[in-house]
Design a protein around this ligand. Structure first.
Ligand code: FAD
Length: 317
């Protein structure tokens, strides 16, 4: 029986050690994280786009002690100055390797210093070494945790679209899709060299990489998705002041306060069989949401739009 650091919590809050670091490309660092406590990790079904939290200690420091942590610990952690406690950021479980006490999480972190913005997550990734220790928050086996948004239901046509921060999620989804899945995936990345060879899916899902090589985020993704949607879709402009940096519109949650239970069914709609999963920079995702929901009137139950980050806005905490 594995000893947990924080058995009072309904999730795993555990210190993990970096056991492998691989610079996949100029913008991606892959780390493998291990702890015997990851034996207690588990979700019901596939991990799909399962999000997890990573807590990075301040540079040069060890992670804050977590043994015995409960909900009060979480509040107390947030109350401390960030220079003391470090930073919590959201990432995707790209893959899970091994089993039992040898379970390891694979996480692909974007290094974005090269693009003029930095942050604790990106900086940690750029200097990550085997033996480094951070804290991970992840689902605990048998306890509902949430954090999976990919819910295609009975849709028979998939549209997956995202930027580099969504590449780990789209890659994980593609790897878990059944062989009969059909659709298209569009992945916009900073550079030609960021096209990752290990991203593969079923033959019926066409994967298109869009290296923007200096163009603005979304400059390639937006027109590519609009072209894919075909007749009736047109490119839209979104003003900066209209952007919600916390954009999160899924069938079960609406950051803008829309009625998630309101069912609008367009029987006979050309896109009735579509499920769209779109994540990345909030302005880019807002633009694609307008195309799909406002212009093409795709039912909000067939789409998930997630702002993974916003230009110029550090993630909260
Ligand atoms: C559900 C979910 C899953 C995610 N999965 C992943 C994942 O698997 N891998 C991953 O790398 N990211 C992922 N992200 C995005 C990641 O959480 C953000 O990019 C986060 O801002 C990174 O933290 P940071 O400390 O590097 O930068 P922050 O401190 O949050 O931000 C500092 C500055 O950097 C800018 N910035 C943040 N991200 C980027 C970027 N990608 N490119 C350019 N500038 C940026 C901000 O605008 C800000 O100006 C995910 C986000 C969510 C919500």
């Amino acid at each position: 029986m594995t000893t947990l650091a924080s058995p009072a919590l309904p999730l795993l809050l555990e210190e993990v050690e970096v056991t492998a670091v691989e610079r996949l490309s100029p913008s991606f660092v892959r780390v493998e994280l291990a702890s015997p406590a990851l034996a207690e990790f588990g979700v019901d079904g596939g991990t799909w786009d399962q999000r997890i939290k990573l807590i990075f200690p301040p540079e040069g420091r060890e992670p804050a002690p977590i043994v015995g942590a409960d909900e009060a610990w979480m509040y107390a952690w947030f109350e401390q100055p960030a220079e003391e406690r470090g930073h919590m950021r959201t990432y995707t479980l790209r893959a899970v390797r091994g089993s039992g006490e040898h379970t390891r999480f694979v996480v692909d972190l974007v290094v974005h210093e090269a693009h003029g913005h930095s942050g604790p997550g990106s900086s940690w990734a750029a200097r990550a070494r085997v033996g480094d220790r951070i804290v991970v928050m992840a689902p605990r086996r048998g306890v509902p945790f949430g954090g999976i948004e990919f819910l295609p239901g009975t849709a028979t046509r998939l549209l997956l679209a995202g930027d580099e921060t969504a590449v780990p999620a789209i890659a994980a989804i593609l790897a878990q899709l059944p062989a009969y899945a059909r659709g298209a995936a569009f992945l916009e990345v900073p550079l030609d060299a960021d096209v990752l060879r290990d991203v593969t899916g079923p033959a019926g899902v066409e994967v298109t990489w869009l290296p923007r090589n200096g163009a603005a985020p979304g400059a390639l993704l937006h027109p590519a998705v609009v072209a894919h949607l075909g007749e009736g879709a047109a490119e839209v402009e979104v003003a900066d002041e209209e952007i919600d940096p916390d954009l999160w519109e899924t069938p079960s949650y609406s950051s803008s306060g829309e009625d998630v239970d309101a069912v609008v069914r367009h029987v006979g709609h050309d896109l009735d069989d579509l499920y769209a999963w779109i994540a990345g920079e909030a302005k880019v995702v807002t633009g694609l949401r307008r195309v799909l929901v406002n212009e093409l009137e795709v039912d909000r139950h067939q789409v998930a739009f997630m702002g993974y980050w916003r230009i110029g806005v550090p993630m909260k905490s």
